[in-house]
Design a protein around this ligand. Structure first.
Ligand code: 5GP
Ligand code: MN
Length: 339
């Protein structure tokens, strides 16, 4: 983002505006944390701001300050349409292409509001007038901190904003362990704690609020784990029947794929989750080192994301999807064996 861009945005925000802030579909900790942090900040500047999420998100995010104000597009469509139509500015956070906003794509595309993108995914589309895109960033929350800093307003970050930003940086870095975690990330985290983020409580709220069923579903996932040593690859499947059996709730499978990646020597891990309602197999792909799951998923499974963490989907059934996945691996054998 250039100095000119920042000056223009500063000018734009110098008088009260109607502002809509949008995270991606199936929002995660970074999507909800970044949009709510920006929401609190814009409210402090006297704007009429609202977060509209394409759909619902996991219960373990339903305590973040301001969470109760989020409008959900899929269940509050009329209200959302009016808000989007009247908006002067639309911020899109934590996604790189309008189709990632699910059902909101059409409304967003046709809105005449000034669009501002803040995002760290690869291959950003150019639908926004102002684009702050940096694939090296750990999280969109780290970028929202930088954005507030560019506007010379770090002093305005209060405990609510700090808490929201801490959540997204923590969840998108796997609790500060992924390669994207830099000394700058840690400095920001330190500042957020100084400004009132209760780090221990936040960890507890996100990671230590499991239901019994969720842990049992994890047990099922681990029983279903398969290893393909030839390709340093491991995968997990979950059928709709298994999900139903453990009373699956949104978010229950978050992080499960990381167990496959934690196996010694494994550099590529995938979880295949059957979604009968959408009639797709939803995939989460993870890697270690230089093997790009973003590229792999873009090429073979209509998805994308980051080099080491991506999502994708398949229209085949669970078994055929896995068979197809395994049939693709030989062409990556060399890469997967050179990590
Ligand atoms: P997850 O596997 O946790 O759902 O997603 C991993 C990363 O890939 C996240 O940054 C997420 O935003 C992105 N992602 C997930 N699903 C998709 C998808 O279908 N398409 C694209 N382009 N990105 C995705
Ligand atoms: Mn993110």
């Amino acid at each position: 983002m250039t100095k000119d861009n920042i000056n223009n945005i500063k000018e734009l925000l110098s008088t009260p505006k109607k502002i809509v802030i949008v995270p991606h579909k199936n929002p995660d900790g970074d999507a909800i944390g970044s949009t709510l942090a920006l929401y609190h900040y814009l409210k402090l500047l006297n704007h009429d701001a609202v977060v509209i999420a394409p759909n619902d998100y996991p219960d373990f995010l339903k305590w973040i300050p301001g969470e109760g104000t989020i409008v959900k597009y899929d269940s509050q469509e009329e209200e959302s349409n009016v808000l989007i139509e009247k908006a002067d500015i639309i911020f899109t956070l934590d996604f790189n292409a309008l189709h990632r906003a699910g059902n909101m794509e059409h409304d967003l595309k046709h809105s005449e509001a000034i669009k501002i993108m803040i995002d760290h995914h690869q291959q950003p589309d150019d639908y926004a007038l102002y684009i702050y895109s940096d694939v090296k960033m750990s999280s969109t929350c780290e970028m929202v901190y930088n954005f507030i800093e560019m506007l010379n307003d770090v002093d305005k970050i209060n405990a609510e904003i700090a808490t929201c930003l801490y959540v997204g940086i923590m969840t998108d870095t796997g609790s500060f362990r992924f390669k994207s975690t830099t000394s700058a990330t840690h400095k920001i985290i330190g500042d957020l704690i100084d400004k009132g983020a209760d780090n221990s409580q936040i960890h507890n709220n996100i990671y230590d609020t499991n239901s019994y069923n969720r842990l049992q579903l994890l047990g099922q996932s681990l029983s279903n784990l398969k290893v393909l040593p030839e390709y340093n690859t491991a995968y997990i499947t979950l059928s709709q029947d298994e999900l139903n059996h453990f009373d699956y709730k949104k978010g229950d499978t978050e992080g499960v794929v990381n167990y496959a990646l934690s196996l010694k020597g494994i550099v590529f891990a995938v979880i295949f989750i059957e979604n009968q309602k959408e009639n797709i197999i939803k995939m989460s792909l993870r890697s270690k080192g230089d093997f790009s799951v973003n590229e792999f998923s873009r090429l073979h499974f209509s998805g994308g994301g980051h080099n080491n963490a991506a999502g994708g989907k398949s229209d085949l059934n669970l078994k055929d999807t896995v068979d197809r996945f395994i049939s693709i691996l030989p062409s990556y054998k060399n890469t997967l064996n050179h990590e």
